[in-house]
Structure formats: structure tokens, C-alpha cells
Design a protein around this ligand. Structure first.
Ligand code: F6P
Length: 341
């Protein structure tokens, strides 16, 4: 069998562990050929690839990022994207393509799969927002980075009696905010799933100071927004791919809370540090299992599917189902945390 693998969209700790696992399972166990497309879908669309043998994946298990490179380019960005991809798959004699990516990548995978290409998707994202899988690799690492940052920020907030508003990633979902805020014992957690009321938020922080506490840590997901009419809020517009640009909610909250509370407030935006560096052991294991199962799915001809974690088992789910909706934080998960804030 000849397999093409690619990593597309925002990078994420654990991508190299999947690539390594695919190559080991395919080359060493099945005697397959594996090629890696450079910079995600761009590599497939421009036929830019390299051979992946066991040497090529030596020593990459613990390395962050992706040895193949990534980009936000997608087949749908080109008028003839699907036809180009089909032509290159045929020219290269590929029997299977394993794209590793988040929502956008998996939507592109579904498009190509519907056009008849042999695709097995692997979900990845620090945001943990892919439906049909309990978890994505990268999330555990990102939560760990954010939690460590929050622990550190507590000591400086306390020294200066400040309110620190810490913005974490997550796009339109609050998973990283919820888990890191819970792990670090934040005093308020603001997620996109529940538009915030600025009066309630500032009362919560004020109550903490009135109770004699000297500082407060507010974790806010980058995609969080105020309830309509709750406060003036600047929106961020769209980036060059038409994705929503986040508007610096932490910065806007810091100004508002400082003015309302008369306490020094600072915004801390964690940004891409949450995606960089070595994956946790949990993420390496999940990524390795996804890679192994993707190769098995290809050998069984299970195309149009995505690997998924359900409980402790790795299973396959239709790509169509996986990209239908985003997995958002359910209300009861948020309720659990409210009582311990
Ligand atoms: O989807 C992963 C993610 O890190 C999001 O949390 C974040 O909004 C986005 O990617 C940032 O993308 P970029 O690397 O293009 O700035």
C-alpha cells in the first residue's frame, strides 16, 4: 500500500507522534510506502512531498510542532483544488491519505472523501472542540501549560494586589479555560458558551476583595464575548482566510474591571506558547494510538472515517458526523466549576 500523510491547520503537540506511529505501523509492520506532504494540503495541491521511512521519524516522538510543516491552505481555496488533489493522488499511486488536523482540515478531508478520494482523518487540536471524539491530543499539553502559567501568575498578582485576566486559546469553545481554570483554582472562568455579564463578573471579583482576599485571577477564553448590551465590546473582524479574529477580550476586560473596581488590573495573553514544545505523555500515547488505528483503517478500506477516542477505546466515526458540529462545553460542566470558584 502507498500512504500519504499530512498535517494541516494550527500545529499542536503530538503531531510528530502520529506521523511516527503511522510510519512505524505502515512501513515496519505492513511493508507499505509512506510519503509526507509538506505544509499540509498545500503539499498535496502542489505535489510537494518527501519519503517517510523509519530514519525520517527517528527521535521525533517528544518533539513539538510537525516535521512536515503546516499551513492553513485548503483545497476549497482553489477553484480546481479537488481536481488537482485527485490528479496528484492518482499520479503518485496513493492508496490512502491520512490528513491530521482540526475542524477546517477535517472538513476539507470530508470534501475530498465525498469526491471519492481514500481518506482516513486523524483529529488534532489543542482546543478539544472536535465532535465525536472524547479528546484530541494537544489539549492535555495546552491545559498543562496554561495551568502552570496560572500558578505562576498567582504569586505576582498577590504581591501587587492585582486582578489578572488571563486569556487562553480555544477558538469558539472554552475547554482550555475550563480545565486550566479548574486545575489552577481561578476565581472566575469566562467561556464563549456563556456570554458574560460584566456586572456579575465585576461583582464576583469585588466580593473576593471585600472578603479580604488580596488578588484575583480571571481566566477568559479568547472567543468569549459579553452578553448583548452588557458592555461596549470591540470585535476583531476576519483574517485573510475568513476566520474570526479574536478581539483581545482580556485587554478589554482589564480596562473595564480596573475602572469599575478601582483595583489594578492587567491582561495576560498566553497565545501560542500553549501550542509549542513537547507533548505530555498522555498526548503522545493518544497520538500514537490514533496513528496506529488510521493505518489499520486504511488497510481495511475504511475510508471517509476519522479515528476517535470513546472512553478508553479508539474507534472510527464517519468524517461527516465529526465535522457537523463543534463540541462545546456543556452547561453542567460549567456548573461543576462554579461552586469551587
Ligand atoms: O485551533 C488552534 C488554535 O491555536 C486556536 O486555539 C487559536 O485561536 C488559533 O489556533 C490560532 O491560530 P493561528 O496560529 O493561525 O494564529
Amino acid at each position: 500500500m502507498r500512504i500519504g500523510v499530512l498535517t494541516s491547520g494550527g500545529d499542536c503537540p503530538g503531531l510528530n507522534a502520529v506521523i511516527r506511529s503511522v510510519v512505524h505501523r505502515a512501513v515496519a509492520d505492513h511493508g507499505d510506502d509512506v510519503i509526507g506532504f509538506v505544509d499540509g494540503w498545500r503539499g498535496l495541491l502542489e505535489c510537494d512531498y518527501r519519503k517517510l521511512d523509519l530514519d525520517a521519524v527517528g527521535g521525533i516522538l517528544a518533539r513539538g510542532g510537525t516535521i512536515l510543516g503546516s499551513s492553513r491552505v485548503q483545497p476549497a481555496h482553489l477553484r480546481d483544488g479537488v481536481e488537482r488533489a485527485r490528479g496528484h493522488v492518482a499520479d503518485l499511486g496513493l492508496d490512502a491519505i491520512i490528513p491530521i488536523g482540526g475542524e477546517g482540515t477535517l472538513k476539507a478531508a470530508r470534501l475530498l472523501s465525498d469526491a471519492g478520494l481514500p481518506i482516513v482523518g486523524v483529529p488534532k487540536t489543542i482546543d478539544n472542540d472536535i465532535a465525536s471524539t472524547d479528546l484530541t491530543f494537544g489539549f492535555d499539553t495546552a491545559v498543562g501549560v496554561a495551568t502552570e502559567a496560572l500558578d505562576r501568575l498567582k504569586t505576582t498578582a498577590e504581591s501587587h494586589q492585582r486582578v489578572l485576566i488571563v486569556e487562553v486559546m480555544g477558538r469558539h469553545t472554552g475547554w482550555i479555560a475550563l480545565h486550566s481554570g479548574m486545575a489552577a483554582g481561578a476565581h472566575a472562568i469566562v467561556v464563549p458558551e456563556r456570554p458574560f455579564d460584566i456586572d456579575e463578573l465585576s461583582e464576583r471579583v469585588a466580593a473576593r476583595f471585600e472578603a479580604g482576599k488580596k488578588f484575583a485571577i480571571v481566566v477568559v477564553a479568547e472567543g468569549a464575548k459579553p452578553r448583548a448590551g452588557s458592555m461596549d465590546f470591540e470585535v476583531g473582524g476576519k483574517d485573510m482566510y475568513g476566520h474570526e479574529r479574536f478581539a483581545g477580550v482580556a485587554r478589554q476586560l482589564a480596562v473595564e474591571l480596573e475602572d469599575r473596581l478601582g483595583k489594578e488590573a492587567r491582561a495576560v495573553i498566553l497565545g501560542h506558547v500553549q501550542r509549542g514544545g513537547t507533548p505530555t505523555a498522555y498526548d503522545r500515547v493518544l497520538a500514537t494510538r490514533f496513528g496506529w488505528h488510521a493505518v489499520e483503517a486504511a488497510h481495511r478500506g475504511n475510508f471517509g472515517m476519522m479515528t476517535a477516542l470513546r472512553g478508553t477505546e479508539i474507534t472510527l466515526v464517519p468524517l461527516a458526523e465529526a465535522v457537523e458540529t463543534l463540541k462545546t462545553v456543556p452547561g453542567d460542566r460549567y456548573a461543576e466549576v462554579e461552586t469551587v470558584l
